[in-house]
Ligand binder design. Structure first.
Ligand code: SF4
Length: 213
């Protein structure tokens, strides 16, 4: 499979934020969100070709307590479900960060799916694979990256209509440098919305454009 980079860092998102975590970043994504912060991994030629065995051994050298498979878009790599299965078999708690544009049902049981729902402001909302909503469980998590008040209203309404707040943790994340955290905090408080305000922790610990963290 094609791997863009692998590294150990502090998990910056989801309910696992703050925990040391091994990141496996696959190469390639066919979406083009306006706020993408992993442009170096968007090309399907980024990084290097690795066998599953080599990828797992490299990850094991970093630590298999908590592993996040991210991208790019990991579900555009056909080997990703098998990678997750084998990591779980080795005792890892496996998170996958996905755009929500591909079938999350291909992942083995035990994989914790952290799934984006793309807002209109991302310019990729047409790529949402709505059937995925019926596949998520209470162990999974949903993330909206919000670029504006309009995105916030759209996301809040969608969550209410589909009962997403009752389904699993729902993260509302402000686009870095576009929506101020204090603004989003106030919107959530004013509406008493059961969303979790998510700041990308790693962008506060390290410079926002740092790679491999
Ligand atoms: S889905 Fe993720 S990796 Fe792909 S363009 Fe959007 S933000 Fe970037």
């Amino acid at each position: 499979m094609r791997i863009s980079e692998m590294y150990r860092s502090i998990q910056g998102e989801s309910t696992y934020a703050g925990r040391p975590c091994t990141f496996i970043r696959t190469a390639g994504c066919s979406l083009r969100c306006g706020y993408c912060d992993t442009e170096h991994a968007l090309s399907f030629k980024a990084g290097e070709e690795m066998t599953l065995d080599a990828a797992i051994e490299q990850a094991a050298a970093l630590g298999l307590d908590l592993v996040e498979v991210t991208g790019g878009e990991p579900l555009e790599q056909p080997e990703t479900p098998e990678l997750c299965r084998r990591l779980i078999e080795r005792g890892a708690l496996v998170l996958i960060e996905t755009s929500g544009a591909f079938d999350v049902g291909v992942l083995p049981p035990g994989t914790i799916r952290i799934m984006d729902i793309k807002t209109p402001g991302s310019r990729m909302a047409r790529r949402n694979r709505w059937e995925n909503l019926g596949l998520l469980t209470s162990r999974d998590e949903i993330k909206f990256v919000l670029t504006s008040r309009e995105d916030y209203d759209w996301a809040a309404e969608l969550c209410r209509q589909h009962g997403l707040f009752e389904l699993c943790p729902v993260h509302f994340s402000p686009t870095f440098g576009s929506v101020e955290p204090v603004e989003l905090a106030q919107w959530i408080l004013n509406d008493n919305l059961p969303a979790r305000l998510q700041l990308q922790l790693h962008k506060y610990i390290w410079p926002p454009d740092a790679r491999g963290v």
